[in-house]
Every structure is written in C-alpha cells, then in structure tokens.
Ligand binder design. Structure first.
Ligand code: ZN
Length: 467
C-alpha cells in the first residue's frame, strides 16, 4: 500500500504545472450566475466553464456526461454504478472589489495561486480530477467506480444538484471538498422567516416614521437607521448609552425629526455570537423611549439585544451532536405603519423545523404579528461511526500527521440535502484562503496535498486489495 501511496504522490508532484494551467483555464471563465438561456440554465459562463472542465477530462481519457449544463460527471469506469462520488462546483461568486491580483487569471506569488475560485471550488475540482488521472496513469486497479460530479449552481441555491438527482441517484458515499478538513458530518437545520404586522400608532409621545436595517437574511446586521419625532436628542442619547459598548449610536437632528443611526458588528448568521446586532439594539432603544408601539416592543421582547439562542422565542435548545440553536433578527423595514422583518434560525438535530415553526407561529400571533416561512431545511447528520467517515479521517491523519475529528456547523454545505454526504476539505485548519473575498487563493502545496488525499481516499474506498 505504501508503494502505491508514494507512486501517487510522485505522480501528483510531477503534474504541478499542468494542474496550474488547467486551473487557469477554469479561473479565466468568470462563471458567475447569469441570465438563463436556451440550454444554459444558469447563463453562458457557468455552461462555458462546465464544458471547459469536461473537455480537460475527455482529453485525459475519462468518461464524461453533461446533464443539460446543470451538472457534468466524470467516471473512471464506464458503465459501473459509482460507489463513491466527489462533488465540486464550478460556479463562483462575483469578484467584488479590493483585489491586488487579477481575479480572473492565476497569479503565482510566494507559493500561492491567486484568483477567484482557486479554493471555492475550482482548485479542489482540479485536485479531484488529477486524483482520477493519477489512478488511471498508474494503472491502479479499482473494484468499484468513482464519479466526479461538477455542479454549476452551488452559490445560488444548488438547483444543479436537484436537477441531477431527478435524473440519477447519488453514489452511496459522497463527499464535497467545499468546506474544510477534517470532516464536517453535522449541519444544523435552517429556517428563514418573515415576521410582519400592522402597527397601532400611539396618539401621543414619540412617533417612529421609519426604521431600516440589515441587508441579508443570513447575516447579523451591522447597521440600522430610524427617523423619529416627539423626543429630544438628549433623551435618545441617554437611552443609547445604556446599550453598552458593543454598538455605537448617533443622533442627527433635522427640523423636528431625529435621525438615529446605530452601528453594530456584522457576522454570519450561523455564528451570531461573533456579531453585535444593530437592528435589535435599535428596537431596544426605541422600546425604551416610546410609550406606545406595542408590536415594536413585542419584537424587541422576542429578540432582545445581545441574545442569540432563541430563549425569548421559547425555542432555545441544544444537543451534543450539533450544539445550540441560534436565532437572528437580520432585517427590518418599518414605514410608520407596517413592520416587515426577517429572521434566520439554525437548529440542532434534536429538533424538527415543524416544532420550531409551530412555536413561533403561536408566539407571533399572540403579539399581533404574522409569521411566514420563506425557506426551511432539516438538520443533516451522518454518524461518525460509519466506515466511510472513519476512512476519510484515517486518510486525513495519514497525510497531515494531525488527528482527525468530526465537526458540526451552523452553515449549510453543498451536501446538506443529501442522504450520506459529508464535507471533506479542501481548506486545512489554520490556513486563510479568503473564499468569497478579494485575493482568494490556494497554496500550491495544498492543491497537491488535496489531490493526494483524494486519490488515496478513492483507492481506500474503491480499490482492490493490492498487497
Ligand atoms: Zn463553494
């Protein structure tokens, strides 16, 4: 077995330049979602990058199929059902600003390859492809087939995978190198909720003309603004001082109106404790100022500033497998009469979406608010004791010398809605690759290491007893 491992490593190392050039081919195509065209469900560029990747595979003598430009597959062995699948995606998020290097090319600098998609997820796709090429080039005998699955819509709802699953079954063992090592086997359930209601405007005291905060349902909002009258700037600042040092508040008077601006700290909604919620801070401030506005006060009671575990919503819970529930009020709009808010809730495997929705539905109704469910997915969990996960962890340990373990996340990965899929790679703990940000990169060393890990995983799972 060691002979094979060494031969794979030598082969992958010898392909360093070819891997870089193939990665460049993919990175040069700005495969951001575009307008749907005939035969191109996610626009021209995602279709183009899929065809480029499948071309590389065809030229390598691998068996390819294109599922109507949703998904492409690459098989080592034609005609046999795969025992193992490796799921990567070739679509990307837009470049955004702040780049030092050209986003749609590969620049090598100090052992790192820079460009959009190098880590998320074109680099890992190339590593997986070269894992197959290594097995083919070295004539390593497998008793079972392995299939690469290239998707083109991971960044915008994973409709690619839904389409593929309507045509083909997923392999019984499946991993995606679209997160980090060692293995992510548990993902919390996700709810995206709307909360709205008409507000009874009080006849005296402070009048709230407008509230606006947050710009993404899956983020802790770092900004909230409000426009009020019938209250002095001094009163506002006195109450704002009680909110603590984790946020900052300003008041800008103009005529008889006061514009209040609260700045907090943004964070991903799966890790709300890292943020400081400007919207719930604003609701707390306005509630402490006003005599009326029962619905705004209710919303502030349900989502108290500083609370992230859903305690006041009566849905707080936790288990050993996935940790605790998180609840974030992430967006609000109020025009003086009507509130529209959005909330992100992530819940552990011990609960179902139905249980949580039922509790919140009643709670909102009691407070003259209306709940709507915009998105819901159940928690995802693959037991750590499975042979598949034990093999993944053992290959990881073998190549890194570090101990392997399973991770639970509040995030949702590419395999969230699959039966047995887990995330395995491609980021190594302790490395920052800036996925989705400027100057996204992967180190050459880690690109090669990923390919070696994937090849050895395939051999361990699909291989014949060789020695
Ligand atoms: Zn990704």
């Amino acid at each position: 077995m060691n002979d094979i491992k060494n031969a794979v490593s030598r082969y992958i190392d010898s392909q360093r330049d070819k891997m870089t050039e193939d990665l460049r081919t993919l990175v040069k195509i700005p495969s951001v979602i575009g307008e749907t065209k005939l035969g191109m469900p996610f626009g021209e560029e995602p279709a183009k990058v899929l065809s480029a990747a499948l071309n590389i595979c065809r030229n390598a003598g691998l068996f390819i199929r294109n599922f109507d430009n949703y998904v492409g597959t690459v098989d080592l062995d034609w005609g046999a059902e795969p025992a193992l699948g490796i799921l990567c995606h070739l679509d990307i998020v837009p470049a955004g600003s702040g780049w030092t290097y050209p986003p749609f090319d590969i620049t090598e600098d100090a052992g790192r390859l820079y460009g959009r998609g190098t880590i998320d997820n074109k680099g890992p796709a190339i590593a997986a492809l070269y894992a197959l090429k290594a097995i083919q080039a070295l004539n390593i005998r497998l008793s079972e087939n392995v299939r690469l699955i290239f998707g083109t819509n991971e960044e915008n709802g994973s409709c690619d995978l839904a389409y593929y699953r309507s045509k083909e079954e997923l392999p019984p063992m499946l991993f995606t190198p679209d997160c980090s090592y060692p293995v992510i086997n548990t993902e919390k359930g996700v709810l995206r909720l709307g909360i709205d209601g008409n507000v009874s405007v009080p006849s005296s005291g402070m009048i709230i003309h407008k509230i606006e905060g947050g710009n993404a349902v899956n983020a802790v909002p770092d900004f909230c603004g409000a426009l009020v009258s019938g209250v002095s700037p001094e009163e506002i600042m006195n109450c704002a001082a009680k909110l603590g040092s984790d946020i900052s508040a300003e008041v800008h008077p103009s005529y008889n109106l006061q514009r209040i601006i609260i700045k907090g700290r943004g964070a991903h909604a799966s890790l709300p404790e890292n943020g400081s919620n400007a919207v719930t801070a604003m609701l707390k401030l306005l509630s402490s100022l006003s005599g009326g506005y029962a619905e705004i006060k209710a919303l502030s009671r349900l989502y108290p500033f500083g609370e992230t575990d859903g305690y006041s919503l009566d849905i707080s819970c936790a288990d050993d497998i996935s940790g605790g529930l998180t609840a974030v009020l992430s967006m609000i709009e109020f025009d003086g009469f009507r509130i529209e808010a959005k909330s992100d809730v992530r819940f552990p495997v011990c609960r179902t979406s139905e249980e949580i929705i039922n509790t919140l539905y009643l709670l909102c109704g009691d407070n003259n608010l209306r709940l709507s469910v915009h998105y819901s997915s159940e928690p995802h969990h693959v037991p750590e004791s499975s042979e598949f996960i034990r093999t993944l962890l053992s290959v990881y340990e073998d190549f890194t010398g570090k101990s392997g373990y399973c991770i639970s996340t509040g995030g949702s990965s590419y395999v969230h809605n699959t039966e047995n899929g887990v995330a395995f790679g491609a980021e190594f703990p302790g490395y920052e690759n800036n996925a989705h940000g400027p100057d996204e990169s992967i180190s050459v060393e880690n690109l090669l290491l990923n390919a070696k890990i994937f090849a050895n995983t395939i051999i361990r799972i699909c291989g014949k007893e060789q020695d």
